[in-house]
Design a binder for this molecule. Structure first.
Ligand code: AHR
Length: 493
């Protein structure tokens, strides 16, 4: 099977933010997963667990979205600042009805971003908040001089502004964020946007709450009515094995048909970003408005015996393939997709890491983000893959999917997915400039679609060196095992 890489054609630079993440006050994502508090026996720096932070740092996380999700439209930021002991206790009505003591708030989140070295993306409350409250949050975070909110920030221990760049104007306004119609939301978006100010020379980036899956009317109306007041529109698309929310399918022990259904549904992301992008261009022919896929990933039935409101699921090689397919699609549509945030970072949905008490494991999805990280900021380059169609039941998919980018040093990173759960894929990668002297190295993850890591065996699934690479003039030969993800770096001579 031939893969042709053409470094002379590109749709643009891969925005590092495509490799972004999302952490919500949901289940054990923030509490236990990221935040254990400064007095915890679990090693931590300023309350943030060191094992998780150090694992995430390896991914070069560019941006982190917070505090929701649905939680964002019930969140009142003032509840989460000031002395911890006097913070308000509320009920997390979206996720399990559990008590939320607001111990983790704006300052703790910004400390997490500092430790990770990433940008913050705040999702503001439009559904149940006010324009004044949201406007005050921006002033609190970004005003350098004297003002009521900047003074409050200083009183709470932070002299310098946080300079938060990314601000989401509500979340899922069509659903948990207010059940609004697109026209109503778009008008509200204009109003909120008016009062989200730039302070000093720090320009903020405003992201409108976007469509659910293929709701193109939503994107069209928001872009047409509010497009001039925002920088981007979001999109949410989750992959479920079955379309019934009450019976989505299990994360592990799935059937072959469920495996192929998940891959097929994941590939729909290509159609979604293309169509939403086309609609954005209709309202904005200059291409100023970006598409931010700020929630994506797999969503299964929760693990047996866990709180249904906590969305805790295992993560197999199938999920690694889902991550790789989506990231390859985002790379190849980097002229449209300016940011993407997988849901969610720890212990929720398609997580990077799972924790149990003091233990932590890296999921197969984590390893894909690590293997793909050099795509961040690189130049996307054109690829063509000779594929064949493979199927199971009603589900047909191409056996191979790829994307490639060229780094500043001229080396090329090819990331490839073998979707077949039975057949290895012999690949011949062709590109001008490959000679016998070229250095080609690779990593491979997978082999068994259903494999996953447990706290007893945390390294059952991890990347290995891709052996058997044959380099000759003009090409490289490699064999990808069934259900695998490869990252191949080519340094031409
Ligand atoms: O990620 C879980 C939830 O999915 C988010 O809170 C919401 O925005 C979406 O429906």
């Amino acid at each position: 099977m031939r893969i042709i890489i053409n470094p002379n054609r590109s749709v643009g630079t891969i925005n590092p933010n495509i490799y972004g993440h999302f952490a919500e006050h949901l289940g054990r994502c923030i509490y236990e997963g990221l935040w254990v508090g400064p007095d915890s026996p679990i090693p931590n720096e300023n309350g943030l667990r060191s094992d998780v932070v150090s694992a995430l740092k390896e991914l070069h996380v560019p941006v982190l979205r917070w505090p929701g999700g649905c939680f964002a439209d019930t969140y009142h930021w003032r509840d989460g600042v000031g002395p911890a002991e006097s913070r308000k206790t509320i009920v997390n009505t979206n996720w399990g009805g559990v008590t939320e003591d607001n111990r983790f708030g704006t300052h703790e989140f910004m400390e997490l971003c500092r430790q990770l070295g990433c940008e913050a993306y705040f999702s503001g409350n439009v559904g149940s908040g006010t324009v004044q409250e949201f406007s005050d949050w921006v002033e609190y975070c970004n005003m350098p001089g004297v003002s009521p909110m900047a003074d409050l920030r200083r009183q709470n221990g932070r002299e310098e502004p946080f300079n938060v760049k990314y601000w989401g104007i509500g979340n899922e306004a069509w659903g948990c964020g207010g059940n609004m119609r697109p026209e109503h939301y778009a008008d509200l978006c204009r109003q909120y946007s008016t009062y989200l100010r730039d302070y000093s020379d720090h320009k903020i980036y405003k992201i409108a709450s976007g469509a659910n899956v293929a709701d193109y009317e939503w994107t069209g109306k928001v872009a047409e009515i509010a497009g001039g007041t925002i920088d981007a529109v979001s999109l949410h698309y989750y992959t479920l094995p079955h379309d019934e929310w009450s019976r989505k399918g299990a994360a592990t022990g799935f059937t072959r048909e469920e495996y192929y259904a998940v891959l097929k549904k994941t590939l729909r992301m290509k159609e979604l970003v293309t169509e939403h992008g086309r609609i954005l261009r209709r309202a904005d022919p200059e291409g100023r408005l970006g598409l931010v896929v700020d929630e994506w990933g797999t969503w299964y039935d929760v693990e047996p015996g866990t709180n249904p409101g906590f969305l805790y699921q295992q993560n197999t090689v199938r999920d690694a393939l889902v991550a790789a397919l989506n990231l390859n699609i985002f790379n190849d549509h980097c002229d449209t997709v300016v940011m993407a945030n997988i849901a969610q970072t720890v212990n929720v949905l398609q997580a990077m890491v799972l924790t149990e008490g003091a233990k932590m494991l890296k999921t197969p999805t984590y390893h894909v983000f690590r293997m793909f990280r050099e795509h961040q900021g690189a130049k996307q380059v054109e690829t063509y893959a000779e594929t064949k169609l493979i199927s199971c039941g009603d589900w047909s998919v191409p056996n191979i999917q790829v994307s490639a980018s060229e780094g500043a040093d001229g080396s090329v990173l090819l990331t490839a997915v073998n979707l077949s759960d039975t057949d290895a894929a012999p690949l011949e990668v062709l590109m001008d400039g490959i000679t016998e002297k070229s250095t080609v190295t690779g990593e491979i993850l997978g082999g068994d679609a259903g494999a996953y890591n447990t706290f007893e065996n945390p390294d059952a699934v991890k990347p290995a060196a891709l052996g058997g690479l044959e380099v000759k003039g003009g090409g490289v030969k490699a064999v990808l095992p069934a259900s695998s993800v490869a990252a191949i770096r080519i340094v031409r001579e």
